[in-house]
Design a protein around this ligand. Structure first.
Ligand code: UDP
Length: 245
């Protein structure tokens, strides 16, 4: 079991990637569906105004920490934790699928991006059993879900951006019965090489968001004012909790 806490009514699992992979391993052995969310401040803020999304965040099996914002908010509450980084964790899941010879599916991003990402994974893991791949620009969810059901993957990486990917996984959960599913946002853009990963120093300092914002200035409005408001709300929640206790 992982140690859980909550931020603004969203459960957060205080696990590192090793522990998360162990939980995936258990789910695979038990043959059950397992939804992993790589949770960040933007998602938590979205959940404050979107009750269906809040419900998805509360019904997933594992919410791992993705982003320095969550780490800071927990630190302010005196809770030490690691920032797992979704893009790294999904890579580890792929390595895990390769090692265990599990069928894997990749979906999301533009056609050339998903193709290049799959090629890159196959260069790294020539025996990787990719049973399904699909770009993220399709119209009919049900048609795609049916194809995924037929392909029967044990691991599924879904990169449609949030909350679309989590909503899609919710539908998939009803159709599949033994799959580990994770929303990976723009990770395929990174795996394909179309988007450069932040240099190690930025990643180590938790400043990847700064690098990505400088490279893609249109992301600025996604971070501001969301991130400061998120932190202020978390601080208020922490103070209220302390007063109540
Ligand atoms: N995307 C998609 N279908 C859509 C909209 C977006 O496949 O209808 C993909 C998009 O190509 C990109 C990813 O979803 O690869 C979203 O990336 P973003 O950087 O917004 O996600 P983040 O990493 O910030 O969660």
């Amino acid at each position: 079991m992982s140690r859980k806490t909550t931020l603004l009514n969203c459960p957060i699992d205080l696990v590192d990637s090793e522990n998360a992979i162990n939980q995936v391993d258990e789910a695979i052995l038990e043959g059950k569906n397992f939804h992993i969310i790589t949770i960040n401040p933007e998602m938590i803020m979205n959940a404050q105004k979107n009750s269906e999304f809040l419900e998805i965040i509360n019904s997933s099996e594992l919410n791992i920490i993705d982003g320095i914002g969550i780490k800071i908010a927990l630190k302010l509450r005196g809770i030490p934790c690691v920032n797992v980084r979704g893009v790294d964790f999904a890579r580890k899941l792929t390595a895990y699928a390769n090692e265990k010879k599990l069928p894997i599916a990749f979906m999301g991003a533009k056609e050339e991006v998903i193709n290049k990402a799959c090629d890159n994974f196959l260069k790294e893991y020539p025996d990787l059993n990719i049973v399904f791949k699909q770009n993220g620009y399709f119209k009919n969810d049900e048609e795609v879900i049916l194809k995924i059901k037929e392909a029967n993957p044990r691991i599924l990486l879904v990169g449609l951006g949030s909350p679309r990917q989590e909503e899609f996984i919710l539908k998939l959960k009803k159709a599949l019965n033994a799959s580990v599913m994770i929303g990976v946002g723009g990770s395929f853009d990174v795996y394909s090489g179309f988007v450069k990963e932040a240099p190690l120093i930025y990643r180590k300092l938790g400043l990847e968001w700064l690098y990505r914002t400088v490279c893609q200035p249109e992301r600025f409005k996604r971070i501001f004012p969301t991130l400061p408001i998120f932190l202020i709300k978390c601080i208020i929640e922490t103070i209220v909790k302390r007063i109540k206790n």
